[in-house]
Design a protein around this ligand. Structure first.
Ligand code: SAM
Length: 233
């Protein structure tokens, strides 16, 4: 069964965007995943097809109307898990990505302006998910990030050799950051005039030592850059 994503947006033409390329693009062609992008504006009335209005209580900006968003939502058969991309949401972490990639279907609501009238979120049980502590101008790039992270976990998408559990935040990495990578040439003459080699252990052929070195690097990097991850490791 394909991974099905329904997107509610004011900019359906943004999709598949980058998800039409590379691994995700090939997986889309194969039918490993599918999407529909519904234009919320198609459900607005009047000549101007306005989807937003001023906020009750005053203040800057405009708010997307609950009645129009609801009509767009109800046009979707089998919406599955309903998600509103929002800076106020729970943070998107690898464990949540894994869970979402196994969902039978997802509906992603992309906000614009100041966001969406709270009542439609409450009435339809939308979960709010944030891709990070910063504010985007719209939910579409956030939806693409969530989708990309899920699609690469679908069976067969990354190829046989790659196991996502061995990567940063994966269960085999103990939830830590991944070790550094090196490839040919073994001696690289960089533009700064210096020659950069590769750690000897990686060319030693001693797999146990290589594993040990990688584990240590992973722990050191995590300690330096993301000590918060060590708490759950
Ligand atoms: N007024 C909102 C606030 O302060 O929380 C920000 C609205 S933002 C300009 C417009 C839309 O972009 C939001 O409705 C949401 O869909 C999306 N968005 C912005 N930042 C996001 C983030 N960090 N994660 C997920 N979606 C985000």
């Amino acid at each position: 069964m394909a991974f099905n994503v329904h997107i509610l947006t004011l900019f359906p033409e943004m999709f598949p965007g980058p998800l039409g390329q590379s691994l995700a693009g090939k997986a889309l062609e194969r039918g490993d995943w599918a999407y529909t992008a519904t234009n919320i504006r198609d459900f607005a009335d009047g000549v101007h097809k306005s989807v937003d209005d001023t906020p009750y209580g005053g203040g800057a900006g405009m708010v997307m109307r609950a009645d129009i968003v609801e009509k767009a939502l109800l046009s979707i058969d089998n919406p599955g898990r309903k998600i509103y991309l929002s800076p106020r949401g729970k943070p998107l972490k690898q464990a949540l990505v894994k869970e979402l990639s196994q969902a039978p279907g997802l509906t992603l609501l992309c906000g614009r302006y100041e966001g969406v009238d709270q009542r439609v979120l409450d009435a339809h049980g939308f979960e709010e998910i944030s891709i990070g502590d910063y504010v985007l101008s719209g939910g579409e790039p956030a939806a693409m990030i969530l989708m990309d992270a899920c699609i690469r976990l679908l069976p067969g998408v990354m190829g046989n050799d790659d196991t996502p559990d061995n990567e940063s935040f994966g269960s085999a990495t103990g939830g830590l950051l991944e070790y550094p990578h090196y490839t040919r040439p073994a001696e690289w003459n960089a533009a700064d005039g210096k020659t950069y080699g590769v750690p000897d252990v990686l060319t030693s052929g001693d797999h146990a030592k290589i594993e040990q070195w990688r584990k240590k690097q992973s722990e050191e990097l995590t300690k330096q850059r993301r000590p918060d991850l060590l708490k759950n490791a």
